[in-house]
Design a protein around this ligand. Structure first.
Ligand code: OOB
Length: 546
């Protein structure tokens, strides 16, 4: 019996109570390994095996380990220390892993920004986390991240370093940072320490940060590997943005590295980029969001690329329609694995040996026998088995609270530590979950999550706007797109919808957050107690036009 170590909750983030932590250790979920140890032991046991492929670059486990440790020494030398936050915004390049394993080694916490994030989001991440450093590419997708970094650095006093992959401009080149690892004296984190901060999709004005520990996240990796058939022979294509929880851990690049397999970076997710890579690198497994699965299915039916190495295609991040799910096997010649997960923790997978009907009609079941699932009504009472309700969950890799968000935590978690996912689900007799809808005020635009309040707050800043409400409207391709209902001020000049979109874009937000549609109205439908009825707005928006 392992001795329970102290509750590691800090004022920044509640973690598991001692009793639960002791139970998860005793059950063998938390194996007491850190990410730095994980990479070190792999580099020792199979140094020459290729860990990462990025274009023509192939880094062995030993090379990845050496690079990361040298970079860790350089980061430490520049004063980056355990517990410091570092915003990492890198596209799908090998350096992403060099950077995060360097930070893991010294116990600094990567904050995982997405390449699409722009000034508003990045400034917020840097300010809120009091980040000491920001890691960017020079340019990506036509955007110069160095200019953005210069702006944010001028505004956020804690931000002491900007490291650039590529041409650094006025900042520091990442290649100038590494030192010999004999200089690496920095204290190592322990397995129960926080490893990084992941972003929540969010349903409030500002994104929440999700604190994940080495112990809990590494469990989600090997737990996923077992269910996704990942071994040392697996080759995983990082098709989605590498920093997102799905391609990172379900089973994702980190799962593959845990198993000693090979990770291949895909710079763009379209079939013209991904299919040649699947053929050339003999990719066995990858993960995509539903809209991309549709595009791949269509392209796969006629492609001349050899996709025969692909064994498993994971689809998740948003609801995958049954009709589309049925087309995956015939078009791509692989097994579909649905995944319903969340950066806060809980991940469900259909099993590779589930019967084909279960695979196409459900979103899977939890990784762990100790993932506790409750399906409840509006008053938190369990609904009868088989009926739909709010999904609450608690378990060995689901957080007990967001980082520095006590008030929000009181709403998003029950008193006994269940996370309120905001998803409406039902459970089949086999224990599989079917996602039926959503209770949280969030829009899921093809897997990219949008908090309406964040965008509404921005549009409210327009001088001609009196009020605004952002809702989801159904879309064949994305599942949902965004519609902003806008009420103009009585004395305002008429506005065109492009002007509203331009206003949002110029505030410097990720492009996917710019409203797809804008409609001007004179009033909003109201609920019985006078609140805006988003439900009615969605119904009006999706009704066939007369
Ligand atoms: C993944 O993580 P997040 O944090 O971006 O979003 C989580 C939310 C869930 O609460 C749910 O509302 C939705 O995304 N979602 C799905 C889904 N997978 C996620 N809704 C319906 N069907 C699905 N299959 O999106 C994520 C994290 C890890 C693995 C996969 C996805």
């Amino acid at each position: 019996m392992t001795t329970p170590s102290p509750d590691t909750s800090t004022p920044d983030a509640p973690t598991w109570p001692q009793e639960a932590a002791a139970r998860y250790r005793a059950a063998g979920y938390w194996q007491g390994e850190t990410f730095a140890e994980m990479l070190r032991t792999r580099a020792e046991s199979h140094p020459d095996r290729i860990a990462l492929t990025d274009g023509d670059r192939h880094w062995s486990y030993a090379q990845l380990h050496t690079r990361a440790m040298h970079l860790a020494a350089g980061f430490a030398d520049r004063g980056i220390a355990k517990g410091d936050r570092v915003v990492v915004q890198l596209p799908n390049v090998a350096e992403f892993f060099e950077v995060i394993f360097a930070l893991f080694r010294i116990g600094a916490l990567p904050v995982f920004a997405l390449p699409a994030h722009r000034e508003t989001e990045i400034r917020y991440f840097c300010e809120f986390t009091e980040a000491v450093a920001y890691v960017v590419p020079d340019r990506h997708a036509g955007f110069d991240h160095r200019d953005l970094a210069a702006k944010v650095r001028a505004e956020v006093p804690t931000l002491r370093h900007v490291f650039v992959v590529g041409d650094p401009g006025e900042h520091t080149a990442l290649t100038d940072v590494p030192l010999s690892d004999t200089d690496l004296k920095a204290e190592e984190p322990t397995p129960s320490d926080l490893a990084f901060l992941q972003l929540s999709g969010g349903s409030t004005g500002v994104p929440k940060l999700i604190p994940r520990t080495h112990d809990d996240y590494i469990y989600s990796l090997w737990g996923s590997n077992e269910l996704c058939g990942v071994t040392k022979d697996s080759v995983y294509l990082v098709t989605l943005p590498a920093a997102h929880n799905f391609p990172l851990s379900s089973p994702g690049s980190l799962g593959i590295l845990h198993a000693g397999g090979r990770v291949v970076m895909c710079p763009q997710p379209d079939p013209d980029t991904a299919f040649p890579l699947i053929e050339r690198e003999r990719v066995t497994i990858t993960g995509v969001v539903p809209p991309l699965a549709l595009v791949w299915t269509e392209a796969g039916a006629t492609t001349s690329y050899d996709l025969s190495s692909l064994e498993v295609l994971l689809v998740g991040g948003a609801k995958f329609s049954e009709a589309a799910a049925r087309r995956i096997g015939p078009a791509l010649g692989c097994t579909l694995q649905q995944v319903f997960g969340m950066a806060e923790g809980l991940v469900n997978y259909t099993r590779l040996d589930d019967d084909p009907e279960t695979i196409v009609t459900t979103q899977g079941r939890p990784i762990s026998a100790d993932d506790e699932i409750r399906i409840v009504d509006d008053a938190d009472r369990d609904v009868p088995e088989g009926e739909s309700g709010h999904l609450l969950t608690r378990g060995p890799y689901t957080i007990r609270g967001y980082w520095r968000a006590p008030e929000h935590n009181a709403r998003s978690f029950t008193a006994d530590g269940f996370y309120r996912t905001g998803d409406i689900v039902r459970r089949t007799p086999t224990g599989h979950l079917v996602v039926e809808g959503r209770a949280k005020d969030q829009i899921n635009r093809g897997g990219e999550k949008i908090a309406p309040e964040e965008i509404e707050n921005i549009i409210l800043g327009h001088p001609s706007v009196h009020d605004v409400s952002l809702v989801a409207v159904p879309d064949d391709y994305l599942g949902e797109r965004t519609l902003a209902y806008v009420i103009l001020r009585g004395d305002a000049e008429p506005l065109k919808s492009v002007a509203v979109k331009k206003f949002v874009r110029e505030k410097g937000l990720a492009a996917y957050k710019v409203p797809d549609l804008v409609e001007f109205v004179t009033a909003f439908p109201q609920t019985g107690i006078g609140k805006i009825s988003k439900k009615d707005q969605r119904t009006i928006a999706s009704a066939p036009q007369a």
